[in-house]
Design a protein around this ligand. Structure first.
Ligand SMILES: [Zn+2]
Length: 296
């Protein structure tokens, strides 16, 4: 009888939570999946976030759709990465007529300069690849949500604090995993230069035939240079990325003798069924792939 009463009471509790007065959620847009995941974690159930560039898609060369302009027009707050990642966003926001504030989530991140052969110093936009930078994204998102929806201040602060604690643990986990890889083996090849912040934070050297944007062309000379470098530096593994064409790296692998170490998630998450549906999953997956390929 007592058990039955407890069951009924908890059922009633569940129902009351489930049917809490349908409060209008704050509509937010994030330019890409990784940023949308941060917004989800801070926004919790007060925020409905839509990512413009979805899972496994490439934000560098994204072609916006009419639905994107509609989402921006309806949004109360818009989150972008900045550092030149979304070259298409300013024009899209203008075209949408949106008056929502645009938040640059990398505000306060120390930008890494990526210099190409011609000495052009483009900012490297892939700041999220270092967990300490991800914490900066999260605090910027928290502050912007509090401003857009002051009634949710307590919730956003609590959600952000809980998520930041997870990121502190993740950072330690990534560091420990890299530390177990012998220092002279920590060199790999990826398709595009997306791991500069990871390299700086955790001490793994990444070499890429393509620059910080997937827009740049790769010449036969670039490929030859990489193959020479793989042989000279005895680089053990090349990695595919979820957003780039596999063919180039497979060719480099075959010609150099380096093995394919697996797929790294650089600029986009996977869908729910993939190995990296959240940022935390993505970082764990990437470091596990690195360790497996390099510990040999
Ligand atoms: Zn990229």
């Amino acid at each position: 009888m007592l058990t039955r009463r407890i069951v009924l009471a908890s059922a009633a509790l569940l129902i009351s939570v489930g049917t809490a007065p349908a409060q209008e959620k704050l509509k937010a847009v994030a330019t890409f999946s990784i940023l949308a995941d941060f917004v989800k974690n801070v926004g919790g159930d007060r925020v409905a976030v839509q990512a413009l560039v979805g899972p496994n898609a490439d934000a560098h060369v994204y072609q916006p759709s009419p639905g994107d302009a509609k989402a921006l027009a309806d949004a109360k707050v818009i989150f972008t990465n900045g550092l030149g990642f979304e070259g298409w966003i300013a024009r899209l926001i203008k075209a949408s007529g949106s008056k929502a504030p645009m938040v640059v989530a990398t505000k306060g991140v120390k930008p890494r300069k990526a210099e190409d052969d011609h000495g052009h110093g483009d900012a490297d936009p892939h700041a999220w690849q270092s967990v300490p930078n991800a914490k900066i994204y999260v605090t910027n998102i928290r502050d912007a949500l509090v401003e857009a929806d002051p009634a949710g201040k307590g919730a956003y602060e609590a959600n952000a604090a809980a998520y930041l604690a997870k990121l502190v643990a993740l950072d330690a986990e990534v560091k420990a995993a890299v530390d177990r890889i012998p220092a002279d083996r920590r060199r790999i090849i990826t398709t595009h230069d997306a791991f500069g912040y990871f390299a700086a934070a955790y001490g793994v050297a990444f070499v890429a035939p393509q620059g910080v944007s997937t827009e740049s062309e790769v010449s036969a000379r670039d490929v030859a240079k990489i193959i020479t470098q793989i042989r000279k530096q005895k680089i053990l593994a090349v990695f595919l990325e979820n957003i780039t064409d596999d063919r180039l790296l497979k060719r480099i692998g075959a010609e150099s003798g380096a093995r394919i170490g697996g797929t790294l998630y650089s600029d986009a998450l996977t869908d729910e069924k993939g190995p990296a549906p959240t940022y935390i999953d993505m970082m764990r997956h990437n470091v596990k792939q690195l360790a497996e390929a390099l510990m040999g």
